[in-house]
Design a protein around this ligand. Sequence first.
Ligand code: SF4
Ligand code: SF4
Length: 308
Amino acid sequence: MNRKEEIAFFIKAEAKKLGFQVCGIAPAGYLDKDAAHLSDWLNSGMHAGMNYMKDNFKKRVDPVELIPGARSVISVILNYYPTEVKKGNKNLQISKYACGRDYHEVIKRKLKKLLEIIREFDETVTGRFFVDSAPVLERAWAARSGLGWIGKNSNLISRKYGSFVFIGELIIDLDLEYDNPAKDYCANCTKCIDACPTNAIIADRVIDARRCISYHTIENKGEIDNKLKGKMRNWIFGCDICQDVCPWNIEINPAGEPDFISRKEMLEMNRDDWNKLDEKRYNELFSGTAVKRAGFSGLKRNIAFLEE
Ligand code: SF4
Ligand code: SF4
């Protein structure tokens, strides 16, 4: 084993010890195809109200612009598939990723530790870690690092862990042994495209956020488009439909991560409880979860949109 292979092997072993299911490494550099894809998507307005996606375009598509001297992008995935899933189509639904503790803090803590471990090995290494927190195209990097492929529903899909995974990145200024990009296993399947109730997957790997339930119930700070009336299928925070139907998500083992265990009180809420939810109860129930991103008024708006 040469030194680059040795350090890469060490980093992957330490990432596993920290609880990440898989760790892969790609050379830092310009993401040519992803840059073209992102540019087309923004120019056609499919980012809806997410104007922040237009900011820092250069940094988004080239980590060297973000971190001068960057050499390697280390990607990790953490399975969040819950042990218990909210049952019943009549119940109001929350995306699985939001049923446990907010993943940002959980993954940041682990990546911070990973960087410290690398620096114990070689104190000259500098780097930064990212979880949804800076202009990093996480799915593109995870795919380049061999962790999975970007499916037609635009999620990263791991052959072993499916798409209910969080992604994190650590960018460092050290050359390492690199992984090959993953193959695409969507083949002729169109289950996600067929199942989307709002036809938001307008082409292979192109999501029009203006039609997407996930965008409207989490990111949209204004009114929900009336064209979505009757099509929301009881989702009040996020939407998992295009992942639930994916064949690669069948027979996925639940995450062992204690922080991602779904909150029992949240699972037990019925339709009436959601409609009667007041701010005090909202704060008790959702403190430390991703549901806080919508805010109390946002969540109530989503519930009202379904019930009106
Ligand atoms: S998240 Fe829901 S609305 Fe958005 S593309 Fe997937 S199935 Fe369609
Ligand atoms: S449902 Fe089928 S087409 Fe869609 S992401 Fe999964 S494998 Fe790919």
